[in-house]
Write a protein that binds this ligand. Structure first.
Ligand code: PMP
Length: 453
């Protein structure tokens, strides 16, 4: 029979059948509520990503607090998905919940700054080192707006993305390399434009390909995560970021670093930890603890060029900003996050426990004689059911084993642990206790040895 990640397909199917039964039997209330889809929603869920969970149906959450989720059947899970990073610092951290409660009585949106807004500007500059910031509502929006600025001030049409990367619902980044050809991403819905007119995809860690693309002279900006976290997890090879920065400078191309996931590295993100020097910087999801908010920063040089550009334009309809952006609820939550939650101490705990998780998972893999590997970027850990390290998006796509991975995920849920649905990502929050980490290692040991048997 066919083998996937060292496990036979028939064994995967048998384990799936058993785990599905266990999941369903434990959740009569969730099954009654959503087993056949929730009424009133297209596809039975309020957002179609919710169909991507590996469970037969999603469970209905009653409460999420710290690193724990409780569902309506009374089952408690240690949450390592943490809203796929939106709740990376735990669900409803007390300082954020308090700040939201305070602000809730004082107005929720009014398109004017308040004193929290003033404080946050300073906090962002101090923490991330860039002098000028704007606030948006999603990381997708922040990336879109930052790319608009990049094209405007360079007067160049194209951007460069790494193959297999993800930066949100940003049309212009939806290109890929397939057998050497540039194409739109295959899953992209309703797109009739040839996006390769405005973007080029090259492999991560391939500095020669970057150089060659930049030499064309039409690339406004390279957009990248410091580590590719949306494509299994691909680490930069030694020297890659230095070479990327040198190449972009040489060709007059701007560098946008998207820290939305890699803020797991440390208080100033991967950028501060590794001394990256972006022209544009984006951080979304966790920055307001789960309140929809994102920030994008720029260097003094970019800001000066933008001012010059703006002076030449008709005012209005810039294609940037949205009405609810920079609202007081966002600022209350961001201020609490930056001042009281995303602290050096919090990161120290997260790092320590994430290291414990990484070592525990690696040992299970070794004990079961599997050719898998584990990668970690600060508080973000990923197991990959294939040998590593991976060098780029193409290798990551080959390593990804959805059929096997989904049964592991389901097995983990049945053993009290939730991890991210799209790949094998686990986040350790300041609220994640050692016992949660140990529960996940034990659950992993249990389901992996079931499969490897
Ligand atoms: N950038 C990165 C690196 C991401 O992983 C994501 C989402 N997974 C985004 C941007 C977009 O975030 P959002 O969906 O909140 O707009």
């Amino acid at each position: 029979t066919e083998i996937i990640g060292g496990i036979s397909r028939s064994r995967i199917a048998a384990v799936r059948e058993h785990e599905t039964m266990v999941y369903v039997a434990a959740r009569p209330r969730s099954e009654a509520a959503i087993g056949k889809g929730a009424q009133g929603y297209l596809g039975g869920v309020p957002m179609h990503w919710m169909r991507d969970w590996p469970m037969p149906f999603p469970f209905i959450v009653k409460k999420a607090k710290g690193a724990k989720l409780t569902d309506i059947d009374g089952i408690r899970l240690a949450d390592f998905c943490l809203g796929d990073t939106g709740s990376m610092f735990g669900h409803s951290p007390a300082p954020v919940a308090d700040a939201i409660r305070r602000q809730a009585r004082r107005g929720l949106t009014y398109m004017l700054p308040n004193s929290d807004a003033l404080a946050v500007g300073t906090l962002l500059s101090e923490r991330f080192g860039l002098p000028y910031w704007q606030v948006a509502t999603t990381a997708s929006d922040a990336n879109r707006f930052a790319l608009r600025v990049a094209r405007a001030i360079t007067n160049r049409s194209k951007i460069l993305v790494f193959n297999g990367s993800y930066h949100g619902a940003v049309d212009e980044t939806f290109v890929q390399l397939q057998h050497g050809d540039q194409t739109n991403k295959k899953g992209l819905a309703g797109e009739f434009r040839d996006l390769t007119q405005g973007a080029v995809a090259v492999e991560f860690n391939d500095i020669e390909a970057v150089e060659k693309a930049l030499a064309e002279g039409d690339i406004a900006c390279v957009i990248t995560e410091p580590v590719m976290t949306n494509s299994c997890m691909v680490l930069p090879q030694p020297g890659f970021h230095d070479a990327l920065r040198a190449a972009t400078r040489k060709h007059g191309t701007l560098l946008l670093i998207d820290e939305t996931h890699t803020i797991s590295t440390g208080p100033g993100g991967y950028t501060r930890a590794y001394g990256l020097e972006p022209d544009l910087f984006v951080l979304g999801k966790p920055i307001a603890g789960g309140v929809p908010a994102s920030v994008w920063g720029m260097s003094a040089d970019v800001a000066a060029r933008w001012q010059e550009y703006e002076a030449t334009k008709e005012p209005g309809y810039s294609g940037m900003g949205t009405t609810l952006s920079a609202n007081p609820l966002q600022f209350a939550a961001m201020r609490a996050m930056l001042e009281d939650v995303m602290t050096d101490d919090a990161y120290k705990w997260m790092e320590e426990r994430a290291e414990r998780l990484q070592e525990g998972l690696a040992k299970v893999i070794e004990d079961n004689g599997l050719a898998w590997h584990v990668v970690r970027v600060g508080a973000r850990v990923e197991f990959i059911c294939a040998p590593g390290p991976l060098a780029n998006g193409t290798e990551a796509a080959q390593a990804h084993a959805p059929e096997l991975e989904s049964v592991i995920h389901l097995g983990l849920v049945n053993r009290g642990c939730l991890i991210a649905p799209f790949h094998n990502m686990m986040l350790v929050s300041p609220a994640t206790k050692k016992k949660h980490v140990d529960r996940l290692i034990m659950a992993f040991e249990d389901i992996v040895s079931e499969l490897a048997q």
